[in-house]
Write a protein that binds this ligand. Structure first.
Ligand code: SF4
Length: 109
């Protein structure tokens, strides 16, 4: 479905953004840019797993929610990571759970 060309100015080195896990972010930060959008429940968008991610891109995955939040199902994260491994890109992840969640996947999931 969608591999979005980067349009913001937060990370100028990013070429694309991608949000297969989307909608309600559990953190609800007061400054979040997503607050201006009406979103539903946190969910995995299955259609995202037909997207050609290309190659040599720098893709920010999870630009609209924290995909490493405690509320995100482990199987969603595993599916997302396995899919991204099929493409020769560089991926940027950002989280408020670097120790509790992200480190588990970096060390092998
Ligand atoms: S963690 Fe990021 S996406 Fe989630 S509410 Fe905070 S600013 Fe928004």
């Amino acid at each position: 479905m969608s591999l979005n060309k980067q349009s913001g100015n937060m990370y100028p080195f990013v070429t694309h953004t991608r949000n297969p896990i989307r909608d309600h972010c559990p953190h609800q930060c007061t400054h979040c840019y997503m607050k201006k959008f009406r979103v539903g429940n946190l969910r995995l968008e299955e259609k995202e797993f037909t997207t050609n991610l290309g190659n040599s891109n720098l893709i920010f995955i999870g630009s609209s929610t924290d995909i490493w939040a405690t509320e995100v199902l482990s199987e969603w994260i595993r599916k997302l990571l396995e899919y991204t491994e099929n493409y020769n890109n560089t991926y940027l992840f950002q989280t408020k759970n670097p120790i509790e969640r992200l480190s588990l996947y970096v060390t092998g999931y």
